[in-house]
Write a protein that binds this ligand. Sequence first.
Ligand SMILES: Cc1cc2nc3c(=O)[nH]c(=O)nc-3n(C[C@H](O)[C@H](O)[C@H](O)COP(=O)(O)OP(=O)(O)OC[C@H]3O[C@@H](n4cnc5c(N)ncnc54)[C@H](O)[C@@H]3O)c2cc1C
Length: 759
Amino acid sequence: MFAGEFHPGGRTPKHEHLSADLVIVGGGMAGLCCAITAARQGVYVILVQDRPVLGGNASSEVRLWMLGATSHMGNNNRWAREGGVVDEIMVENLWRNPEGNPILFDSLLLEWVTNEPNITLLLNTAVSAVEMCASGEIQNATAYCSQNETRYTLAAPLFCDASGDGVMAFLAGAAFRMGAEAATEFGEGLGPSEPNSELLGSSLYFYSRDTGKPVTYVPPAFALRDIAQIPRYRELRVSDTGCRLWWLEYGGNMDTIHGAEEIKWELWRVAYGVWNYIKNSGEFPEAANLTLEWMGMIPGKRESRRFEGDFILTQQDIVEQRRHFDAVSLGGWAIDLHPAEGVYSAAPACTQWHSKGVYQIPLRSMYSRNVPNLFLAGRIISATHVAMGSTRVMATCAHGAQAVGMAAAVCTEEKLLPRQLLEPARIDALQQRLLRAGQHIPGVKSCDSDNLAAKGHVTASSTLAIDVLEDTGELRAADLPCALLLPMTAGPVPEITLLVDAVSPATLHIELWRASREGNTTPDVKIASASAAVEAGKSIPVTLQFHTALDADCHAFVIVEPATGISLHLSKAQMPGMLTLWQKMNRMVAKSSVQTPPQGSGIDTFPFWLPDRRPAARNLAVRISPPVKCYEPAMVVNGWARPWCGANAWAPVATDKSPALQIFWDTPQTLRTIELTFDTDFDHPMESVLLGHPERVMPGCITRFELRTAEDATIAAVAGHHQTHWRVTLQEPVTTTALKLVILDHGPAPPAVFEVRCY
Ligand SMILES: Cc1cc2nc3c(=O)[nH]c(=O)nc-3n(C[C@H](O)[C@H](O)[C@H](O)COP(=O)(O)OP(=O)(O)OC[C@H]3O[C@@H](n4cnc5c(N)ncnc54)[C@H](O)[C@@H]3O)c2cc1C
């Protein structure tokens, strides 16, 4: 028993001093992906999160689905899912939680962080002060945990602010912006004519559940009664729960930091008012058995402070896909801007303007220009209000933060400050380390001189080519423009034979297009066209010839024009780096099938070419002659680890009973580490919650395999695999003249290997 005597001067809480190589404030997707990346490089990290779970807006407290450049598959960014730790998390979430249960996602994030011995995780701990050195660097941060009544002093040579509002950067005195820059400041077509203080608002929503019997609902007194105050109330649907209600937004014309509690109360008023309308207006009889299952307690915040780095990312960087010498990450979400009045505005709840492809994000946007030892991660990076309309989505935040984690590792090893990484050799080395960790930096190729696999001869038991995609008995009317997106090799363009049904004689027109910018999959350069007469009948093969050649490997579009009375035969066959697309619109991220921006906005006009999502996705049934040989074994060491200007994958033929890939060396090599990159369909967005997915393992993923030496000794035997990357560091290095990857099982699509690395 302990009796606390009266303490006339009061008491102080328990105080702990902790030190590390890197202190990260904020355990949202940015902070945690930064922490894991750094920790895996040997950096000792303290990750401070003021709430009980990780994930920020992706956590079960807010329940937003994590997204990035794939944009719900609603723009032209094919195979654009972010790589590295955030990919690992999304792929694992699919394996464990294809239904998108936010509670399971929480536990996955907690596991992923606590798996790292180099991370000290402080949950329920809020950073509230910093102490500065005379040099202008942060010396330490003060944090307090209300659960264990402990005050922490957290010291490190490097800090990273991933707190969303930038609390640490603010306290450290770093330069920041809040509101929208005038269009003239950076020449941004989407900017306002005058600078203003408008922000994107915050949102909060609810989940409902069918109880199987009628449920009455009595709203709290503070619920909004006059639903007509919400101009879009007629769009409310009972099926819209969770983040489908993203447009219940408020606070964009307030101070979203100091007004956060006031904003929350208004959002509760709105959300309970909406539920009251659904339950009690009589407009939704189908809601009779529904109860409120969950109501958001913490609004998701879209925008507050943006901090200034040595570079401020702008609209033009995004739309023109400008290149940066210090590119370390990618973005690809639309520039997604909302009216500041949010739910009370009569204007469309958002405008989303997409680029023709993904864009690079430079390291110079990821550290403060004033506080030399402070990295920035998440939505606070150095970008204009307009550019932040795109960079703010969570997979983009997380992917950029991984670059910060790796940059922090280099800084730790070489005792550098962030800005000192800009020296060209250092940037090059940083990019190469990031690529090895799975990062996708658009247009930056891996060329790792230590990779022994790239010095060997790569052969295979068989090699797939694109020749015949068998008709599987389904038809689709040729009423929309449709395109085969093919990973073509340089040289003469092969003959294309489609299989069609025609109700009457007709002419089929096709065109060959490619993208004007390397790596893009927006067709904006026409190369050739061809036509063929079609007789009336069923299963008619129609052969078309372009009589042209490609000067380089690229993704080419064979566009089939709409034709009345014609149906195209479809195939269930799937091929790596190949898709069938339709010119159409995805309502979640666009308002028409052709992006048509306002004049002078600086946004491009172009059509969207979208694949269907599985399980509905099909290819056109097609015969290609001569076959496209785009899956050669050497692809696994060509420096590209995903489809980009081609498939960049090896895959065996379907009839190969013992598919295997082999790397031979002229002289024995000592192998310590082996790293493989498999096909987990980088086109699939893997939304983390709510939406649900039809598969737990991606169709082209190799699920069971062995690695063997030239002497046929088994180095590794792996089963139940479902991840993009598989890496092993051998307990005993192996000296051999060959490495053989034997595929023992895989999903329904050809098992593809993007990359093999040996060290
Ligand atoms: C309604 C809405 C819809 C959106 N739609 C999407 C979408 O569909 N897909 C998508 O990917 N993104 C979406 N976004 C954007 C996205 O959610 C945010 O931009 C993103 O969460 C920013 O990531 P972050 O890691 O910087 O911040 P956050 O996710 O906010 O994480 C920051 C973390 O820092 C913690 N923190 C804050 N202060 C402190 C402190 N003092 N000490 C310790 N920890 C602290 C917070 O608790 C939080 O966990 C949406 C946002 C909103 C609000």
